[in-house]
Design a binder for this molecule. Structure first.
Ligand SMILES: C[S@@+](CC[C@H](N)C(=O)[O-])C[C@H]1O[C@@H](n2cnc3c(N)ncnc32)[C@H](O)[C@@H]1O
Length: 287
């Protein structure tokens, strides 16, 4: 086999199994193994399928026609069993200290403490009376620091494994709860009941736009009029995964987001770059 055909095989396997172009180190490593006949294409596929990277996208074998809500729940339960800190905050999972400190930083960033955003969130309210909701809270990394700012904080999460672990961390914190949900709506909450809602690194994993849109619609129902929703979706980034999974979820354009905002009575009051993986938005529910 010549170098070019080896390169094509390696590239094809990267795209098919790891959802990305090969990096330099990986390309060099596998080219050497293939050139020296230490592995063939079948063995390369097997290596990829056993890699942690592949397992993040495909943590468990699932019947092809499984409904998407069940698939999300099963796969997030499996990921949690693999390594909860790693699947929640990959870059801050080396030590527990780094993990929990990163949650404090995210909390401050989401609220925009010392900025105009924070003033808009609290809007002359008594913070001890405010009800806050996080969608996809994991084990409470960001939710727990939020309790220092607000009287009542609730997180929902699709994964029963995450919820069980999270409940241990919040059990001795008053007015801080973590609840399992169905992964598609906020049906456990009544209309007009929250003063602020947020979500980070959750919608980027959801495999269908309709589910993200439904969550946004649900937030417009449970928020009080004039309140804010700060959240992040996956923007339209250049690396399109070859397969949409419950790990590599859907991407949004700015036009799509503005349309969804309009349809749900939201004003877009802050917008990051839609060309970034972390495409940030702040919506305000119109009065
Ligand atoms: C990467 S973790 C982030 C957790 C938390 N937001 C944080 O930053 O610490 C993603 C979380 O979203 C949850 N999740 C994934 N899809 C969901 C869905 N459709 N509805 C609710 N939660 C979901 C997962 O179970 C997981 O706990």
């Amino acid at each position: 086999m010549n170098d070019n055909s080896i390169y094509e095989i390696i590239k094809k396997c990267y795209l098919q199994y790891l959802n990305r172009e090969p990096d330099d180190a990986g390309l060099k490593h596998y080219t050497h193994l293939m050139k020296t006949n230490q592995i063939n294409e079948q063995e390369l596929i097997k290596t990829f399928k056993n890699s942690p990277e592949y397992k993040l996208s495909h943590p468990v074998d699932i019947e092809p026609n499984t409904p998407v809500d069940i698939k999300m729940k099963k796969e997030w339960n499996e990921r949690t069993k693999m390594d909860p800190l790693f699947v929640i905050a990959t870059d801050h999972s080396e030590t527990e200290e780094d993990f929990w400190n990163s949650g404090i930083d995210e909390c401050n960033d989401i609220l925009g403490v010392n900025t105009e955003r924070y003033q808009k969130i609290i809007e002359n309210k008594e913070t001890s009376n405010m009800n806050i909701l996080e969608i996809g809270c994991g084990i409470g990394r960001i939710l727990i620091p939020m309790r220092k700012f607000f009287g009542n904080v609730t997180g929902i999460d699709i994964s029963s494994e995450m919820v069980q672990l999270g409940q241990k961390y919040v059990s001795d914190i008053s007015n801080c709860s973590i609840v399992e949900n169905n992964g598609v709506d906020l049906s456990e909450f009544s209309d007009n009941s929250f003063d602020f809602c947020y979500s980070f690194i959750v919608f980027q994993h959801i495999p269908e736009k309709q589910i993200v849109e439904n969550y946004i619609k649900e937030v417009s129902r449970i928020l009080k009029l004039g309140c804010l929703f700060r959240f992040q979706v996956r923007g339209t980034i250049s690396t399109k995964p070859s397969e949409i999974t419950t790990w590599d979820g859907v991407q949004f354009t700015s036009d799509e987001i503005h349309k969804i905002a309009k349809e749900n009575n939201f004003e877009v009051i802050e917008e990051g770059s839609y060309k970034e993986e972390y495409y940030w938005l702040t919506f305000k529910l119109k009065k």
